[in-house]
Structure formats: structure tokens, C-alpha cells
Design a protein around this ligand. Sequence first.
Ligand SMILES: [Zn+2]
Length: 251
Amino acid sequence: MSSRPFPGGRHERDSPLRSIELALPAPIGAIMVEVVFEPRKRITIRIRPDGRVRVTAPLSAENGFVEKVLLEKSRWIARHLARLAAAPPVPAVYMPGAVHFFLGDPFTIAPLMQGRSGVTLSDGRLLVSSPAPENPKTLEKALRRWYRKQAETIIGERLGVWSPRLPFLPDHEVRFRWMKSRWGSCSRGNSIVLNIQLVKAPLSCIDYVVAHELCHTLHHDHGAGFKHLLDTVMPGWKASADRLKNLPVLL
Ligand SMILES: [Zn+2]
């Protein structure tokens, strides 16, 4: 259902999200709206604090219907986005005392002056050591490098757990990338990309994304075959998917 392209919209076939372009009145102009199809009765529009707009629609909804609802609500969306744009900017997140998540738990950045850069978890704190710990750029670099290492290790292990659970799993490759708007994707050629930031989420959410993308190597859409496979491999996936969607911390 959700694999059909939106006319005139950017279509990302192998992502859990679809995008559609919506023209809003000046000064906002055109924006991309994320569209998710789910087993539900009503269509809802949500505007996130970072300004992203997401529509959740019933599986039976036609693309044209989603576009019509968006057009009807475009003034409401524009008003909310204008209000967000007028709000004070979010402070830099790579600062001493800023909170970052790891496996679902919050940790506070505590910089340490040291010759070698590295990150250690201790007592609710992310101890970030570097030669210039007061520099946000240095903190960001050290943290991102650490998150990548954690993602490769932890999510790599989860891939090792879930792969054998899928019968007839085709050849595929997995890469990790720091991404802002999606947790994972799987191309037609079975190249899976997982978001490094997924390691900030609880393990059950990581497992959901891993299982979801592995299922895409056999079904490149969110149709009945895909749903059946995911239900079989991971019967409780919906709770983890909802939890991931509602995490305060991440994308
Ligand atoms: Zn998907």
C-alpha cells in the first residue's frame, strides 16, 4: 500500500517513511511532509518541536486523499510552523551538562581535560575526555566517534541475533550512518543503512528496526507479505515501534 509513489512528491521506496511536498503560504513556502501508513481508522497530522510535519494515515487511504487533507489543513500547519520559527533557538547540544541518551537511558556530558580523546560512561555521566574539552566541536567529534563504535558493536550483535531468525535471508550488506530523519533503509539491491543514533534508543527499539530492515531484504514494501514476515519473526514489534516513535530524545 505505502509503496505507491506520490505524484509530484519525493518518493523513498525502501524507507519506512514516505515524503510528500506541500506548498505553504509565504514566507514558509514548500515543505516535505512525512507520511506513514498504519492499521488505524483516522488520519492525524503532527508537528514536531523541530518543525518536521508527519502524517499518519490508515492503510486504506489513497494518496490523493492524504494530499487533500494536507491542503485543507495547510493554513493550520503554516500557523504552527510560523510560531515554532519565532521561538528562541535550541541551545547547542554539545555542551557540558547537556543530556544525551544511550540504550534508552539519559547521560549528562561531563568534559575531562586529557591528552587523548575518548568517552566513558560513569554514574549517569558521559565522561568526554579531550585536549580541548570546552570546545563544543571537540565534544561533538568525540561523542559521534564513540556513538559510531557503540552502534557497530551493539547493533552488529543484534543483527547477528536476528539474521538467523529469518528464513531464506538473501545476501545483503549493512552500513552505519549518522542520519537525521530516519532509522534505517534497505535498497532494492539489499543494501541496508542503519542510523548510528539508533544506539541511543532502548534495545527493544533497536531490535525492531533491525528486524524491520532485514524483512525488507525479502519484501521491498510494507505490504501483506512484509507484515506477515515481521509478525512471525517479531510478534511484539508494534509496541517497540510505538516506543521508538515517542522517544523524546532522538530524531
Ligand atoms: Zn520499512
